[in-house]
Design a binder for this molecule. Structure first.
Ligand code: GDP
Ligand code: GDP
Length: 437
C-alpha cells in the first residue's frame, strides 16, 4: 500500500524541522535507538487519527539554498509539490508576510495541490491581527500553531488528514514479487533494469498503468512473476530530473512503500553516499527486504582482497542492515545481473517466512538458558511466551513479566539467535512486547 506523501514547505527558519519533529513525535526516539540509523532525518512515517502518511521535510532537502526564489529554485519547489499529495505550507507569524512566501504560495496554488497554511510561532504572540495578513496567500484559512510548544498542532493535523487522498489499497497479489530499484541518479538503475529485462527467458508481459504517472513493469522468469515498481521513475531521462536528485528521493519513498524487496543500487566508484544511507534507512524502517547492489564493478581495479575490503566498508556504512545480502554487478557486461534475481527470490521468501510457535518457544527457552537476561537490581526479565504475529517483515510478540526490563542489547541477542536458527537473510525483524504476569 502506498502511503500519501505530505511535504513541508516554507522559507528557511520558519520552523519546518521543528514542526516535522513535533508531528513524528515519539517515533524519532525509538528509531534513534537503532545504532547506525542516521539521525538527520528528512522523512518519516507519521500517523494521525488512524491515517498513515509519509512526512517529508523539504528544509532538509535544502531547496532554498539561495535566499532568493530564483527560477531554478522555483523549479525545485515545483517538483517537491508535484511529488506530494498534500503540502504543509509553513510561514512565520513573527516575521510576518514575506515576498518569498507569496512566490511559493503562487506555485502551490498553480499546482492545484491541497495545502494547509500553517502560521507558526504564535505562542505568546501579541499581534494576532498579523495572522490575517496571510489570507493574501490565497491558501485558505491560516492555521496558527506553535511547533515549538505543540500548540494547536492537533487541529492542524485534523485539517491535514481531511485533505489526504482516500486510502488506495493496492491489490496484494501474493504470487508476484514487487521490486523497487533505488539509488542516486547515474548509479546504473536503468541499465540494470534493461539488462535484466533483456535477459533470455525473461518475458516482459505488460506495462499496466497504476497510480498517477507511475508505470510498473511486470515480467516472468522460470514461471515466477515479478513487478518492477515505478519504472517511469527509473527510466525518465529529462534534464530537469538530472538536476534534482533530491526530489527523486520522494519518488523513491513511494516505490519503497509499495514493494517487497528493495534493490539499493550503489555506484562502485563513488561508494556509499549520505543519500544512499537515508534511502536504505527508510527501507529498513519500512520493514522491506533489502539487497545491496554494488554496480559498475567492472570499473574497479581489483585484486583478490578488493571485494572483501569493499564489503567491509559498505557494511560499516550501512551498519543498521547487516542482514542485507551484498552483490557486485556490472549492468554494462551483465555480470551477476541474473544473480540479483535469485537473491530477490531468496529475500522475498525470507521476508514472508512464518515459523511455528512451538519451534520459536523452544528456541527462546534455549537462548535464555544459555544466556539469561541480565537482572535489573532485584528483578529479572522473564519471557513467558513468544509468537510470530505477522510477516513482511516477520513480526514477533514477546510476552514478558515487565517490558521495561528488556534492554536493547538483549533484544539484539534474541534477534541474532532467531536469525541464526531461521536465516531471515535480507529482511528486518520486528519485535513487540506485551506484559503478562
Ligand atoms: P526551518 O529552517 O524552517 O526548518 O526552521 P527550524 O525548525 O530550524 O526553526 C528555526 C528557528 O525557529 C529555530 O530557532 C526554532 O527554535 C524556532 N522555532 C521553531 N518553531 C517555533 C515556534 O513555534 N515558536 C518560536 N518562538 N520559535 C520557533
Ligand atoms: P540511472 O540514472 O541510475 O538509471 O543510471 P543509468 O543506467 O542511466 O547509467 C548511468 C551511466 O552509467 C550510463 O552511462 C551507463 O552506461 C553507465 N553504467 C551503468 N551501469 C554500468 C556498469 O555496470 N558499468 C559501467 N562501466 N557503466 C555503467
Amino acid at each position: 500500500m502506498s502511503k500519501p506523501i505530505v511535504a513541508i514547505l516554507g522559507r528557511p527558519n520558519v520552523g519546518k524541522s521543528t514542526l516535522f519533529n513535533r508531528i513524528v513525535g515519539g517515533r524519532v526516539a525509538i528509531v534513534e535507538d537503532t545504532p547506525g540509523v542516521t539521525r538527520d532525518r528528512l522523512y518519516m512515517d507519521a500517523e494521525w487519527s488512524g491515517r498513515h502518511f509519509t512526512l517529508v521535510d523539504t528544509g532538509g532537502l535544502d531547496f532554498q539554498e539561495d535566499s532568493e526564489i530564483t527560477g531554478h529554485v522555483r523549479t525545485q519547489v515545483e517538483l517537491a509539490i508535484r511529488e506530494a499529495d498534500v503540502v504543509l505550507f509553513v510561514v512565520d507569524a513573527r516575521a510576518g508576510l514575506n515576498p518569498d512566501d507569496l512566490e511559493v504560495a503562487s506555485v502551490v496554488r498553480r499546482a492545484h495541490k491541497p495545502a494547509v497554511l500553517v502560521v507558526n510561532k504564535v505562542e505568546n504572540f501579541d499581534s494576532p491581527e498579523k495572522i490575517y495578513d496571510f489570507f493574501q496567500l490565497g491558501l485558505g484559512d491560516p492555521v496558527p500553531v506553535s511547533a515549538a510548544e505543540g500548540l494547536n498542532t492537533g487541529d492542524m493535523l485534523d485539517r491535514l488528514v481531511e485533505l489526504l487522498p482516500p486510502d488506495q489499497g493496492v491489490a496484494d497479489s501474493p504470487d508476484i514479487i514487487k521490486i523497487a530499484v533505488i539509488g542516486r541518479p547515474n548509479v546504473g538503475k536503468s541499465s540494470l533494469v534493461n539488462s535484466l529485462l533483456g535477459e533470455e527467458r525473461v518475458i516482459v508481459s505488460n506495462i499496466p498503468g497504476t497510480t498517477r504517472d507511475a508505470i510498473d513493469t511486470t515480467f516472468e522468469r522460470d514461471g515466477k512473476n515479478y513487478m518492477l515498481i515505478d519504472t517511469a521513475g527509473i527510466r525518465r531521462r529529462s534534464r530537469v530530473e538530472r538536476t534534482t536528485e533530491k526530489y527523486s528521493v520522494i519518488r523513491s519513498l513511494r516505490a519503497i512503500d509499495r514493494c517487497d524487496v528493495v534493490l539499493v543500487v550503489i555506484d562502485a566508484v563513488e561508494g556509499v553516499t549520505e543519500q544512499d544511507k537515508r534511502i536504505a534507512g527508510y527501507a529498513h524502517e519500512a520493514g522491506k527486504g533489502s539487497i545491496l547492489v554494488v554496480n559498475k564493478w567492472d570499473l574497479v581495479e581489483k585484486d583478490d582482497k578488493t571485494m572483501k575490503r569493499y564489503s567491509d566498508k559498505v557494511r560499516q556504512e550501512l551498519a543498521f542492515m547487516p542482514y542485507a545480502p551484498l552483490i557486485f554487478t556490472s549492468a554494462l557486461t551483465g555480470k551477476r545481473v541474473l544473480k540479483v534475481l535469485e537473491l530477490v527470490d531468496f529475500v522475498a521468501e525470507k521476508h514472508a517466512t512464518r515459523v511455528s510457535t512451538a519451534n520459536l518457544n523452544t528456541l527462546i527457552r534455549e537462548a535464555t538458558q544459555q544466556n539469561p537476561p541480565p537482572a535489573d537490581k532485584t528483578r529479572r526479565l522473564k519471557i513467558l511466551y513468544a509468537t510470530q504475529s505477522g510477516v513482511k517483515p516477520p513480526r514477533f510478540v514477546l510476552f514478558v513479566n515487565d517490558p521495561e526490563l528488556l534492554h536493547f542489547s538483549y533484544q539484539r541477542y534474541l534477534e541474532n539467535q532467531i536469525r541464526s536458527a531461521y536465516g531471515f537473510e535480507g529482511t528486518p525483524l520486528r519485535f513487540s512486547l506485551r506484559r503478562r504476569s
